[in-house]
Design a binder for this molecule. Structure first.
Ligand SMILES: [Zn+2]
Ligand SMILES: [Zn+2]
Length: 245
């Protein structure tokens, strides 16, 4: 007896989320990603077809195999994976699930994908990323990259986020996650020490527009935090009297 899965015909291809390490080819001409688990041995581009990891002659996602791309339905579930020590250097990918797929409770296993957006977390020092820099490991012919701010790139091999997007091609968007703003408002009692200061004076000369835009974003985040603190103080000052009258 053959079990049959119900067939879906969605009006548009489903969206999913996953994490991966950004990689740069050895000659610096191409950019892509490599998976964090089983699929890590097979780097992939922005639009890519899965192949069976076990070299079997079937098209993923084969029902009795576990090959194919994997993603989860929920962005927060993918973000949660970034908390573990070994995944801190990974980036969050928003993907379009193309071709055949098998739906599970938490996600999909599928044949083909397009990476639409890569969200790069903060640099190890906590400042927003302006570049992806040599992470100190790789795959044969591929250099793994990790988020770096302008101050921490130093002499490492690196590409700006916009350059990575251009090298990867196919309309990929690469964005930097706002680094300190959410953490700062959550720990409002601990003041500015929660966010490391990357002052304009600490920046090296010759920065391009993306670096300056990222720096402006950091200043904006700090201003937002400052304004939220002012707003909180304002609430404390007037809230009581309004209630009494
Ligand atoms: Zn397979
Ligand atoms: Zn840094």
């Amino acid at each position: 007896m053959r079990l049959r899965l119900p067939t879906e015909h969605p009006a548009e291809p489903p969206t999913g989320y996953k994490i991966a390490h950004p990689v740069l080819s050895q000659d610096g001409a191409r950019a892509g990603f490599t998976g964090v688990s089983l699929g890590g041995a097979l780097p992939y581009g922005v639009v890519s077809d899965a192949s069976c990891l076990y070299g079997r002659r079937h098209r993923p996602p084969a029902r009795l195999c576990d090959c194919g791309f994997h993603c989860v339905h929920d962005r927060a579930a993918a973000e949660a994976l970034l908390c573990t020590a070994e995944h801190r250097g990974a980036v969050l990918l928003e993907v379009t699930v193309l071709g055949a797929y098998i739906r599970f409770e938490h996600g999909f296993r599928y044949a083909r994908q397009r990476v639409r957006t890569a969200t790069v977390g903060p640099c190890g020092c906590g400042a927003p990323a302006v570049a992806l820099a040599d992470a100190g490991w790789g795959r044969p012919g591929r250099l793994a990259l990790a988020a770096a701010c302008a101050g921490c790139v130093r002499g490492r091999t690196s590409v700006t986020l916009t350059a990575f997007a251009r090298l990867a091609g196919e309309g990929l968007r690469v964005v930097a996650a706002p680094a300190v703003a959410p953490a700062a408002s959550a720990t409002a009692a601990a003041p500015a020490s929660a966010s490391p200061t990357v002052g304009a004076a600490a920046l090296p000369d010759g920065l391009g527009v993306p670096e300056l835009v990222a720096e402006a974003a950091l200043l904006q985040a700090r201003l937002d935090w400052f304004q939220s603190q002012l707003a909180r103080l304002g609430e404390h000052g007037t809230g009581g009297t309004a209630g009494r009258d």
